[in-house]
Design a binder for this molecule. Structure first.
Ligand code: ASP
Length: 460
């Protein structure tokens, strides 16, 4: 196939040939659904032949259905060269040593992944070429563990990561950065918080919401903040480091068991839920917002507990859920179920008999809340008391995803449900807290400057 029509085949290739348009041409496309203008991007060889992929001026990529195209006109060509110059990463004996473990995600992509033209930039030389500031912070070595988008992360990857982290700590590393897709970063963060306990150094997960070919990419700044945290901070915990406010003023460090992706496209998508973030991080300083975190140590002790029972499910309750949702999990051999219930932790009455059957079959069932903020309170209504009598165990203010990961981790270690209950309800790394701070819900979340700005502009 001609280089100029890279990745296109079948109907998509024919239409490009028919109108004499090639990849990297800026073009105008007339379709039965209106007109589109943008740059024709390459596609992956494995993609279907029904779409042309166009990068719009906004930076977003769209798929234009071949069947709808009536005319195309090529304008100027704008071939993108995403080759990052490889430079030797300078090593200085006075700088901390940081390991970057890559798992994939947008942060590892040079070009938007939807085109299929994904090339991970993860060698130290490439990273240094792309983000030279990193060399001012630390001596960085990198290792590509996986190259997946984060929906494909799971128990196998969590365990492998935990074991690699343990090895690096024993060898003497000063901090660890994990490059990860943002979508399920909070699952991996909590899995690592349970699997890597008592770490003497920071373990920092970082990603980016916008790929590095976009002007608004958050990849470089997030990486700078994350390596600074891994190098210098005294927070020896699993944290997520991502954009704080919508501007690029600072990043926030969120505890691995209290963090959640809350927006599908904002760069400031991660929020600490049920608490305030541990610290703010900028290019020049790390400002703690809390002091109850595990402090950095110089010893090399760490407990690696890579366990995970795969037959655990999370069920997001919705009105009119039928009991067979629970029955089918039991019939399929599931050993644990975390329910995200309504309000203080409720599900509807018709499901109750299924809960009784599941508990009788030895399935561990735990309740969390869909509201995310606040505690499960099953004593308030008689329905809650009823559910507890039937064997559902409330999990205080553990987030649903965290309860799911913790239950899988606990059931991976024992069949004894009393022991599992003890593990579930004993906080290990902030997944259950005694109270939620009054200032956590709306402020100290990268919100105040924006709220002030909003008030200034709206209420002039
Ligand atoms: N879908 C991507 C992922 O989670 C998005 C990202 O990297 O931010 O892998």
């Amino acid at each position: 196939m001609s280089e100029a029509l890279k990745g296109y085949k079948g109907a998509a290739l024919s239409i490009l040939e028919k109108f004499g348009v090639s990849v990297w041409d800026n073009c105008e496309i007339q379709t039965t659904r209106g007109e589109f203008r943008g740059l024709i991007l390459p596609r992956s060889e494995t993609d279907n032949d029904r779409y042309l992929v166009l990068k719009l001026a906004s930076g977003y990529n769209v798929g234009v259905e071949v069947e709808t195209v009536t005319d195309m006109k090529a304008g100027d060509r704008k071939e993108a060269h995403y080759k990052i110059p490889e430079k030797e990463f300078p090593v200085s004996p006075n700088k901390p040593n940081v390991k970057l473990l890559g798992t994939g995600g947008t942060i590892a992509s040079r070009l938007d992944y939807r085109t299929g033209a994904v090339i991970p930039a993860f060698s130290p030389g490439e990273l240094y070429g792309a983000v030279p500031e990193l060399a001012d912070i630390c001596n960085l070595t990198t290792e590509k563990l996986f190259a997946v988008f984060s929906e494909n992360m799971g128990p196998e990857q969590y365990k492998k990561l935990a074991v690699r982290i343990g090895e690096e700590i024993e060898k003497g590393i000063d901090g660890i950065v994990i490059g990860h897709g943002t979508d399920t970063m909070h699952h991996t963060a909590s899995a690592l918080a349970f699997m890597v306990q008592n770490s003497p150094v920071p373990i920092v997960l970082v990603g980016s919401q916008r790929s590095s070919d976009r002007p608004s990419s958050d990849a470089a700044l997030n990486l700078i903040h994350a390596t600074k945290t891994a190098s210098e901070s005294d927070i020896a915990e699993v944290v997520v480091c991502m954009f704080g406010p919508t501007s690029d003023e600072y990043g926030l460090l969120h505890r691995g068991t209290r963090v959640r992706k809350m927006h599908s496209s904002y760069r400031s998508t991660f929020r600490t839920v049920g608490d305030i973030p541990i610290a703010m991080v900028s290019r020049d300083k790390i400002t703690p917002l809390k002091d109850d975190y595990n402090k950095r140590r110089t010893d090399r002790k760490v407990d690696i507990l890579p366990y995970f029972e795969e037959r655990v499910a999370m069920v997001y309750y919705y009105p009119n859920m039928h009991p067979d949702m629970i029955d089918s999990l039991v019939q399929n051999g599931y050993r644990g179920i975390v329910i995200a219930g309504t309000g203080l932790g409720h599900i509807n009455k018709p499901v109750y008999p299924a809960i009784v059957r599941a508990v009788a079959a030895g399935v561990a069932i735990y309740m969390t809340v869909q509201t995310l903020w606040g505690y499960v309170h099953m004593f308030v209504y008689d329905t809650g008391r009823d559910l507890m009598a039937k064997g559902i165990i409330p999990t205080e203010n553990m987030l649903p995803e965290v309860a799911y990961i913790k239950l899988a981790w606990a059931l991976g270690q024992t069949d004894d449900l009393a022991k599992v209950k003890e593990m579930m309800l004993t906080p290990i790394c902030g997944e259950i807290t005694e109270r939620e701070p009054h200032n956590g819900y709306l402020i100290l979340q990268g919100g105040i400057p924006e709220v002030e700005e909003f008030l200034r502009t709206i209420h002039k």
